[in-house]
Design a protein around this ligand. Sequence first.
Ligand SMILES: NC(=O)c1ccc[n+]([C@@H]2O[C@H](COP(=O)([O-])OP(=O)(O)OC[C@H]3O[C@@H](n4cnc5c(N)ncnc54)[C@H](O)[C@@H]3O)[C@@H](O)[C@H]2O)c1
Length: 461
Amino acid sequence: MLRSYRISVIGMGYVGLCTAIAFASKGYTVIASEMDAEKVDKINRGISPFYEPGLNEALTEALRSGRFKCTSNTEMAVLDTDITFITVGTPSKPDGSIDLHYVKESAKEVGSALSHKDSYHLVVVKSTVIPGTTENMVKPILEETSGKVCGADFGLCANPEFLREGSALYDTLNPDRIIIGEYDKRSGDILEAFYKEFYAEKTPPIIRTTPVNAELIKYANNAFLATKISFINTIANICERIPGADVTIVAKGIGLDKRIGPLFLNAGLGYGGSCLPKDLRALIQYSKTLGYEPKLLEAVEDVNKHQPQRAIELCRKLLGELKGRRIAVLGLAFKPNTDDMREAPSIAIIRQLLEEGAEVVAYDPAAMPNAKAIFKDSIKYANSAIECLRDADCCILVTEWDEFKKLKPEDFIQNMRRPILLDGRRIFDPKEFSQKIKFMAIGLGIGNPEKAEEKNLQYQK
Ligand SMILES: NC(=O)c1ccc[n+]([C@@H]2O[C@H](COP(=O)([O-])OP(=O)(O)OC[C@H]3O[C@@H](n4cnc5c(N)ncnc54)[C@H](O)[C@@H]3O)[C@@H](O)[C@H]2O)c1
């Protein structure tokens, strides 16, 4: 089918590369621009710079089709296309506020390319940016560097992205909704027409609104998800103090209420990743600049900051002093099916274990290279879950990869010095495991804490 638009995408991170490949997979010509030369080289050789299920295969296919290429030349990418998506990173500054310098730089490059372009062009800000960025920062930069007028010579939209790492390609092809924050009607019409062509009969609900609303929808969305997680972790922490209580049953019970819903109610060691923590911080800082103290959001962040500590506290309950103990950490990525370790709870947990003098051995199916860059030789690295368990005094399950769900109590008994397991993500059946090994889990009331200490003594004999 003849596609009506040629697309450029600036910034080949999780969002940019997955978006670009999804567009190419549906027949669009896509030129990607990335400032990191090493990434450009990898991508053009069909190797994704990060782990994302199915992405290497889809990238290879896109390159083979001749509809996709990656360059470090943003000007060329923009000039040869009709719509440019800006998907560069928007990290946190040390005070938690948003760092927009990648957005600024990319807008300058896009604008200077537009100065050489005669035909109308649409610029779409897909990066997560605080309300007002598209109109008050991107627009003036584009106008200044292009010498053109927004709304007349080129169009502009804010179009936040909601994909999840680990299912990024699927999410890009099957979004729940599309949010179009249009600077003017013509810009919104073009973006809507593009998405309707791209998704055809699978087009989800489209909301057309102002750029400010679109930008805020993204923050409100992530703040709500973070709130759900910190909420259920709060309930989990209460459950741990009630003999016989179990947060997974409580979550199931409340999740069946249609007003609440079952998703994002898995108690654990807290959220991490490149989005929820930084977006929540940015929204808090932004609210403060407006003169509003967002107390609820601050509490959500505070709960999350302390949640990885629960692993250490429970570990101490199980082992007493951690000094000299060998702790097996299963799972390092902030969630399964990704190698992303940005703000992963495993980092805080491992650092604390090391501080208390424990010896740490870790394993993750995808994140080992990223882990090695963070922890260097301060911890040991295993090649499998079983190797990780060998001779350990305690195992902490930190990331709920499917392959860990297959572990049986016997694996812990046969390989560990002492079969002691702390389930930080609630993937193991407490009944089965607590009958055979010493077992604790987030959100699981263990009964009388003294009894746990007694059990502990028995293991130490
Ligand atoms: N990762 C996610 O799951 C996710 C989901 C939804 C939204 N977002 C948002 O999307 C944006 C991108 O996130 P990400 O995780 O893909 O970021 P990332 O940090 O993984 O990747 C950004 C890429 O942009 C490149 N870049 C920066 N400036 C550039 C420039 N001027 N020209 C060319 N390349 C440039 C960087 O080298 C990097 O490769 C962020 O605003 C993020 O908040 C991310």
